[in-house]
Design a binder for this molecule. Sequence first.
Ligand code: SAM
Ligand code: ZN
Length: 686
Amino acid sequence: MESCSENVKAVRRSKEEKKLLRKQIKASHTLLKHEGISTVSQPTKSLVVANGGLGNGVSREQLQDVLGEVGEVEILVMPPHKPYALVTYRSEISAQRGHALNGRQLQCGDQIVTLYLSYVNTVDSELWGCVDLPPGLVLVEEFVSPEEEALLLDAIDWTSHDEDVTVQKVLKHRRVKHFGYEFRYDNNNVDKDKPLPGGLPQVCVPVLERCVRDRHTEVMPDQLTVNQYQSGQGIPPHVDTHSAFEDLILSLSLGAKTVMDFRHPEGRSVAVVLPRRSLLVMKGESRYLWTHGITPRKFDVVPACDPKSPAAVTSDLSNHSNLTLSRRGTRTSLTFRKVRRTPCDCGHPSACDSQQPPAPPSPPFLPRSQTDACRLEAEFVHHVYEEIACHFSSTRHSPWPRVCHFLSSLEPGSILADVGCGNGKYLGVNPDVIAVGCDRSSALVQICSERGFRVFVSDALNVPLRSDTCDACISIAVIHHLSTQKRRQAVVEELVRLLRPGGQALIYVWAVEQEYNKQKSKYLKETRQQGPTGDSTDHNNQESKSFTGNTTDAHNTAQDFSGIATDCTKVHRETESPAKLSVHTNRTAFNSQDLLVPWHLKGGGRGGCNQGRGGDEQGEQGSKNTLDPATEAQAPAPSPVFHRYYHVFQKGELEELCVRVRGVAIQRSYHDQGNWCVILKKTGDR
Ligand SMILES: C[S@@+](CC[C@H](N)C(=O)[O-])C[C@H]1O[C@@H](n2cnc3c(N)ncnc32)[C@H](O)[C@@H]1O
Ligand SMILES: [Zn+2]
């Protein structure tokens, strides 16, 4: 009896198998006849999945799940509106297992579709007029309901600027709000130690829990950026900084659909329609290697799609015969990311900031706030002087004659403060005065004290000396390092505060006008051919000496920077920030008032000063002794380049700054070798 029923079952099975085979052959014929796709009987790595197309109501997700059960899918092409899909497995074995999925049924809405799979020779996605989504990218349609969408949109209060909870910014092309951590557009990173106290909004929790449940993510994101795009707005192509965030990025599209453009560094591009209420999951290659961006425009060209299978992927739109225009509405995106705590070790080192040699500092922007100004000066003035102190000092031995003249004219016993004294080259000029110096750079102050000068570390904005105590103050080539007008004025005010009534201050700043009264400054005149001319009267000329032969280097540096700014796969900088500072080419005319001046470090910088040397250099001119001959003899290491921020003054600008300061009169103002100079006298008037 038993064997009889087994037989019946076997017969039935073979009948079903035969039926399946018949249907599969029929499907192959249809594909050949209507789509020009020829199937082969020999196993290959690629299969055509009849009935598994967007045109059958099968979603990409659904098909990917089924095909992925039996092996690793390399390419899945789902041409819009077509009743089939094409898949390539990583191995032939996987494709054979895929082939065995023949007859698999899928529930699509209220319909059941049966898949028939046959081998094909290759899947040439270009040929099919449809490029696959970038690897690692998944689009989940209808991820939130219309009710949830309304709830989320309501919860984003653009009128509140509660800085404790959120940081809100209006960028050139959109407005943004950050939760959890502020995303900074100046360095495209987050301050990992400065979480925003409010965390992520409560209203997002159910959405995120669903992401975990549906296995889109295993970790809970801790950073949210809300972007609001009006019709016509967009976001420049970029890769989210690897070192800032973990692999997974989730992005919810609310309010309106848009088209997001993905681009592979080799040029391949895929435009992805992000429908309203969809979730975009970016992982792996699509997150680490491809850039993504939204072109600012009011209409998108999209394939006309039937409502049942909205086309998610388009490639070269010229391949599509059925196109339509879609007007953009206001779209709000919620992008959830997880702040990264360890360096990124992704498999795409070419695009990975964690795996690249440290990039030269990115060009900063002209500061718009006090905080930005402090940051800029910290990185591009104070840090630089600290690093180059020794080399800098070795180029500073000759005091400028007109400064010396001022110093020599002081009464014996006068109290003199040199604010921003550098290596102290003016502190010993007039031995009959009591000179004290201060500087922001502790390395330079150290050099001064080794030379026996009275010095202390201090910021020129806040000098710890009593008011009305100095007979004279000098500040030579310092105020041009302050990055806002307010701060430059504040230094002048500080100098005036130190002066006793009747006391005088001498101020020098670098001038835009390097050619004055038809005379070029030494800074401009000195060229490599002329070679070093020995000690010059012009400190800037001195500086230029250290660049001798490096004019092209400086130029290259400028190019490097511009490269960084434009190549979005290297540094993922958005371009909506304020004016970017340009890198000056040494010994050329200035083309901007706010700029970065390269310094090519020689001789090991800060550390080199003290190596093998004691306090016996006291009173010496520092200079040539500071380079360790042993170091010099070694194979030359590429000289590191530092950039100092300068605001070069226009004619009249220094005077304008000084007249804003109360209780002081301008006694003289003049141009001296590419510098603007003033002598002020404290009147004591308030
Ligand atoms: C071009 S050097 C001039 C040094 C010296 N006065 C000279 O003529 O040789 C500029 C100096 O200003 C200092 N400096 C820059 N910003 C400063 C600040 N905010 N407070 C104090 N010193 C500052 C630097 O550390 C550096 O020593
Ligand atoms: Zn990486």
